[in-house]
Design a protein around this ligand. Sequence first.
Ligand SMILES: Nc1ccn([C@@H]2O[C@H](COP(=O)(O)OP(=O)(O)OP(=O)(O)O)[C@@H](O)[C@H]2O)c(=O)n1
Ligand SMILES: C[C@](O)(CO)[C@H](O)COP(=O)(O)O
Length: 243
Amino acid sequence: MIPAAGRGVRLGPGAPKALRALSGTPMLVRAVRAMTASRAVSLVVVVAPPDGEAEVRSLLDDFPLAGDRTEVVVVPGGATRQESVSLGLKALPDDVGTVLVHDAARPLVPVDTVDSVVAAVRAGHPAVVPALPLADTVKQVAPRDAADATAPETVTGTPERALLRAVQTPQGFDRRTLDAAHATFETAAREGDGATDDAGMVERLGVPVVVVPGHEEAFKVTRPLDLVLAEAVIARRRANDGF
Ligand SMILES: Nc1ccn([C@@H]2O[C@H](COP(=O)(O)OP(=O)(O)OP(=O)(O)O)[C@@H](O)[C@H]2O)c(=O)n1
Ligand SMILES: C[C@](O)(CO)[C@H](O)COP(=O)(O)O
């Protein structure tokens, strides 16, 4: 499943992020191709911006996606990522047993990363995330005082970096586990206590989540500089192997 219903506020003004082009090809199309590059993927559910379903369908018709073996369906998304994924889950046929949830905003994930997530789920892990060690030291800060939003934040701690991971997508799940997590935390999301990733909800259920190595090229296009990096990765791939 590819949640693609976000606006891309941090990227700045323009079309919804997933519909913006990288070297002439929309990010969403690149994300769909990245997933269908895996032989494990036989169905892609794209979760479109609620007001952009028709535009997404026509975009996916305009660009070649995958061979005959992969079906692509489009459903409308919601106000948060969690809500969009919940809506996508409801569109899955009953016989789907393994689900990968992949951000449209990570259009350059290599197929080896997708396949290693799939392999770990198939090995019996109900929830799998690709992740990388951190380059920066991370500080925890106290919540800002609403009365003085300009005051410097106060550091309350320094988590041990060697035990931290930056988590990417696709995240892979046993379908029943992911369904249960979304069903359990639907209300929490409506009340503003939603999760920023799907594995976070599975953790709250008390189900173990395991990590497989992520990849630098699976970064999330979030801010304007990420567009520069993505274009550079695409250029390097073209130069290296005509991708
Ligand atoms: N209501 C939402 C919000 C986000 N997403 C998707 O979740 C992924 C990761 O989210 P993020 O990078 O935060 O995208 P945006 O929400 O678009 O970014 P921003 O917060 O800058 O607006 C993206 O593929 C985005 O389209 C979604 O399907 N539905
Ligand atoms: C799912 C995710 O990409 C894992 O790193 C991330 O949590 C999405 O967060 P965002 O707030 O939607 O950028």
